[in-house]
Design a protein around this ligand. Structure first.
Ligand code: NA7
Length: 556
């Protein structure tokens, strides 16, 4: 048996700081709840977190206008009745500072901070078959031994700056929306460039436009955006939720997206044009992502989708006064909703301002960043004081693969996923025992209310560990067959939809060289929950459980 105080062969030495039941990577909502549950099971667990505080995505994404697109009453934990009754959200859609305060409140309320190691980035996790444990290395040179390694690293946490020549020569300030500074950024009087027109830019642009002297928005691909109709929290609405929170949450968990809202069960093609327009107008006026619930087949049927897309294009033309700008803002290259639908506050209206200009970088791409600004391929130059990269993330796999993860026989996860991520239920990977992915690729994750999906994964995993303990097992791993079947199922269900038609980050299309695979599970949060629950109820078919000594034997 290997001595836990010496590193596995070929692995960098570091001081062994502790021996744990579970190491959790990331102190976002997934990591926080995981730690809370594991403590409840009497396990020793610690979170390793690169940031200086809790909150994950809400710690990093502090850009102006950052806000959740799931309603506050639903974008919150349900596991503690007192917590959900006592916390008061001030707006229909909470802004980043309030969500961060909530994460901090949860950490304090449940005394979680003492088991979080901040400013510590996990760099490697290697499975040692002889002892059935993970050795975890950090950028501080620490070495931790843990039975279970839980990646709570988030789906949109690996920020990406495109490889544009000359970035380092720029004399002004540069920012990435997902790595926003903690001190206040004031654009007053400045000429500002925003590169990108995804959700982050669509939220940031209206706010930056109010400060900046001149704002250039560099757009390669326009996106569909629905007004949020954000407003202060309606007291009656809050009372309605709180009057029977548990029952409302139960319903939400069975919805396709994990969000409780009305989905019209009719096809967009089965109603008259007048009725269709009425429904879209109603959804547009109500605001938010529920627009995509206007008809049941919007993401399955191109002709149905066209009706919704055309409606939104019409709205853009009504709002934006300059016809050339309006035409540029109208998306035509992908079905509505197949790239994450955006939710905004006065995004399209912002292009009516004197100080805002939309620059089309589809026809003339950004060629270089110079000392003073940006130069396009057609020779046009834009002098700016600050550049905001709203250029997105290496989604779903980026943060997991940033860690050098090695399973049985030293096999690397990066190599295993070279042609696209493979995980049974999006939760576990064959050949990587006791490694868990919270909201990993192959689970509903980014297509869902993250809070609902996080709680479901954490609860499922906690129940699984209880089951294992009851039968003396300390090692769990999915079979290759189960993983293959699930990956095939995820692809098959995805291919029945319009999603693969878009060059989206769901498909890995925003990262040069990334395999083109539709990564999230589109079968629905409720269906997925039932599938996971059935597997648990049947004693975990598709998974192999063992004690450490048989774990080593199983590998032979
Ligand atoms: P997104 O949605 O990935 O958007 C990134 C944007 O940046 C998108 O418009 C890209 O255009 C654009 N981009 C990227 N590289 C370039 C270059 N080189 N030139 C011009 N434009 C570029 O990221 P967000 O942060 O907005 O949102 C991510 C998710 O976070 C969001 O969906 C929510 O779930 C929360 P492209 O479309 O690739 O042509």
């Amino acid at each position: 048996m290997q001595n836990l105080t010496s590193p596995p062969p070929g692995q960098a030495a570091g001081k062994l700081i502790e021996v744990l039941d579970a190491a959790i990577v990331g102190a976002g909502f997934a990591g926080l709840y995981m730690l809370h549950r594991l403590r409840g099971l009497g396990m020793t667990a610690r979170i390793f977190e690169a940031a200086a505080g809790v909150g994950g995505t809400w710690w990093w994404n502090r850009y102006p206008g950052a806000r959740c697109d799931v309603e506050s009453m639903q974008y919150s934990f349900s596991f503690d009745e007192k917590l959900q009754q006592e916390w008061h959200w001030s707006e229909r859609f909470a802004a980043q500072p309030e969500i961060l305060r909530y994460a901090e409140h949860v950490a304090d309320r449940f005394g979680l901070r003492r088991d979080i190691r901040f400013n510590t980035r996990v760099t490697a996790a290697h499975f040692d078959e002889a002892v059935g444990r993970w050795t975890i290395l950090t950028d501080r040179g620490d070495r931790v031994s843990a039975r279970y390694c839980i990646m709570a690293t988030g789906c949109l946490s690996s920020a990406r700056v495109p490889d544009i020549p000359g970035i380092e020569s720029f004399r002004g300030r540069t920012y990435h929306t997902g790595r926003w500074p903690h001190e206040e950024v004031d654009f007053t009087g400045q000429r500002v460039a925003v590169i990108g027109t995804g959700s982050s830019a669509i939220q940031a642009v209206p706010v930056i436009a109010e400060q900046a002297a001149q704002l250039f928005v560099f757009q390669r691909t326009p996106n569909f955006s629905i007004p949020s109709r954000n407003k202060p929290m309606d007291e009656e609405y809050e009372r309605w939720w709180k009057s029977d929170y548990a029952a409302h949450r139960r319903k939400a968990r069975m919805m396709r997206t994990g969000i409780l809202y009305h989905i019209d069960e009719r096809s967009a093609l089965d109603v008259s044009p007048e009725e269709r327009r009425r429904v879209y107008e109603e959804r547009w006026a109500a605001g938010g992502t529920a627009f995509m619930g206007a008809f049941v087949d919007l993401l399955r049927n191109q002709a149905a989708n066209d009706t919704a897309a055309e409606f939104v294009r019409g709205k853009i033309a009504e709002i934006v006064k300059d016809p050339t700008t309006a035409a540029l803002l109208q998306p035509r290259d992908h079905p509505i909703g197949t790239k994450r639908i955006c939710v905004d506050t006065h995004y399209y209206e912002t292009f009516n301002r004197e100080n805002v200009r939309l620059v089309d970088v589809r026809s003339a791409p950004i060629e270089a960043i110079t000392r003073t600004g940006l130069r396009l391929r057609n020779g046009a130059e834009y002098a700016v004081d600050s550049i905001v990269f709203a250029t997105g993330f290496d989604a779903m796999t980026g943060a997991v693969l940033a860690v050098d993860i090695r399973g049985r026989s030293g096999a690397s996860l990066r190599e295993k996923w070279a042609a696209g991520p493979r995980a049974h239920l999006g939760l576990m990977v064959a050949g990587f025992p006791n490694l868990f992915l919270i909201t990993g690729p192959g689970s509903p994750s980014v297509l869902s209310n993250m809070m609902v999906s996080i709680e479901q994964h954490v609860d499922w995993l906690s129940d699984c560990l209880v089951h294992m303990r009851a039968r003396g097992a300390t090692c769990i791993e999915p079979t290759q067959e189960a993983e293959d079947a699930w990956v095939a199922h995820v692809a098959e269900v995805g291919n029945r939809t319009l999603y693969p038609k878009a060059n989206s980050w769901y498909m890995g299309a925003n990262i040069p060289g990334k395999p083109r695979v539709f990564m999230p599970y589109v079968g629905g949060v409720g269906t997925y929950r039932e599938e996971c629950a059935a597997i648990a109820a049947q004693g975990y078919p598709g998974f192999r459980m063992s004690a450490p000594q048989d774990a080593a034997a199983a590998a032979q």
